[in-house]
Write a protein that binds this ligand. Structure first.
Ligand SMILES: Nc1ncnc2c1ncn2[C@@H]1O[C@H](COP(=O)(O)OP(=O)(O)O)[C@@H](O)[C@H]1O
Ligand SMILES: N[C@@H](CCC(=O)OP(=O)(O)O)C(=O)O
Length: 390
């Protein structure tokens, strides 16, 4: 196993010195340690340098969105605290103090290049609740149309565990999916993903390119430094999330000269995590299976259960005997076996709960009568949007 990994990585390290990118829209995520000069306070020089690179891209018409961490770390500095507080209220207070500095610095750095910027503070709830998701997407789209640069962070002051992303690597990947970004760049304090944590192992080697879905990446990704949240593990997870939307990720050091412009132009710096159509579906199913909060349930008969579990089919309305809960089209629901009451799958549903109730038990041919002839939805949950849990 270890040898296999070494071989794969050895090969991957030497492939491609340039990358064939065509980037119109890019998300750049910058971690706390980088932004705050390793906890010494906001690194204005570095921020102005990244802003200069972003401005070059902006001038060429590339749309950039920033996910900027560092609010808590900067709050800790501003309050002269010796270390990151443990108590939630103190962390939240630090975030609200530090966020002021973060936004002010980004605004000043970008306006020097004539770029207006804006602040978006998000929680997980904002992206998992459909109407809030649509609102957020609408606002983001408008900002991009106006050529304003959105600076995104987690809304730390109001987050509690259930609505937390917990790390901005994940938030960046969700943002990438939301705006259909062509590339997700994670700037961190290491040159890329190494075969082992380079802080502990000086012999660790950098991986230049790998499939985001390669499982061994989880084995080699460790924790982060004392300022960041998730270490390499959350970056690998985020790479998979981005891959689900067809977006590749580059994990790279923010200290490299002109790093952002070089990555976008296709220079092979850092680690590239790739994706393809097949991986997109695998990643999507894993994401569905990992969903904790379901918006409702579809109870299915034995025939439908067999079609799903044994024949890899989509769920048709005719097999749905009961619709439980209230949900919107596009929400994630659980699929329950009528006879056993057991959850057999989770999936993203094509109907709202009201419409699902109208079509449950109906054969496809009846749809015209229910929805009129323009209705194209015939599948309740498509098999690509369905993850088996048995
Ligand atoms: N396999 C690995 N390759 C590179 N870095 C790793 C690896 N495993 C763990 N790390 C650690 O992850 C850290 C980056 O994560 P983190 O401290 O959360 O930074 P950020 O603030 O940029 O999100 C690195 O400094 C490194 O110590
Ligand atoms: N929202 C938090 C960032 C948390 C986080 O993910 O930090 P990091 O691992 O440095 O990107 C803050 O601004 O302090």
């Amino acid at each position: 196993m270890a040898d296999d990994i070494a071989n794969t990585m050895e090969e991957a390290r030497f492939v491609k010195q340039t990358r064939n990118f065509d980037i119109q829209r890019v998300i750049v995520k910058i971690g706390s340690s980088l932004l705050t000069n390793n906890g010494r306070g906001l690194d204005r020089t570095a921020i102005y340098e990244w802003a200069k690179q972003i401005a070059k891209l902006h001038k060429k018409g590339v749309e950039v969105l920033l996910v900027s961490s560092g609010a808590v770390a900067e709050g800790v500095v501003r309050m002269n605290l010796e270390e990151r507080p443990k108590k939630l209220a103190a962390l939240q207070a630090c975030a609200s103090i530090g966020q002021m500095g973060l936004i002010e610095t980004w605004w000043s750095a970008l306006i020097q290049h004539g770029i207006q910027s804006s602040q978006l503070l998000l929680t997980h709830d904002d992206l998992s609740n459909r109407s809030r998701y649509l609102n957020t997407t609408g606002a983001l789209t408008q900002l991009l149309e106006w050529r304003v640069l959105p600076v995104i962070n987690e809304n730390d002051t109001i987050t509690i565990d259930e609505i937390k992303f917990g790390d901005n690597d994940t938030l960046g990947a969700m943002a990438a999916a939301m705006v259909n970004a062509d590339l997700y760049i994670i700037l961190t304090d290491q040159e890329g993903v190494f075969t082992d944590n380079p802080r502990d192992n000086p012999d660790a080697k950098m991986i230049r390119q790998e499939r985001a879905m390669a499982d061994y990446l989880f084995d080699i990704a460790g924790d982060g430094g004392k300022l960041g949240r998730g270490g390499m593990l959350t970056k690998i997870r985020a790479g998979r999330l981005a891959a689900m939307g067809g977006c590749p990720t580059v994990i790279v050091s923010g200290a490299i000269d002109d790093v952002i412009t070089r990555v976008v132009s296709g220079e092979a710096v850092g680690t590239l995590l790739t994706t393809n159509d097949e991986d997109k579906i695998i990643a999507r199913k894993q994401w569905l299976a990992a969903h904790l909060r379901m918006s409702g349930s579809l109870v299915v008969d034995a025939g439908a259960a067999r079609a799903l579990t044994e024949h890899n089919r989509s769920l048709l309305p005719v097999g749905v005997v009961e619709v439980q809960g209230g949900f919107d089209e596009g929400d994630v629901v659980e699929i329950i076996h009528q006879d056993t009451g057991e959850r057999i799958a989770v999936g993203q549903v094509n109907f709202s709960s009201n419409d699902a109730r109208r079509v449950a038990r109906e054969r496809t041919e009846q749809f015209d009568k229910i929805f009129g002839s323009s209705e194209e939805r015939v599948v309740m949950v498509h098999r690509d949007n369905l993850a088996l849990t048995v």
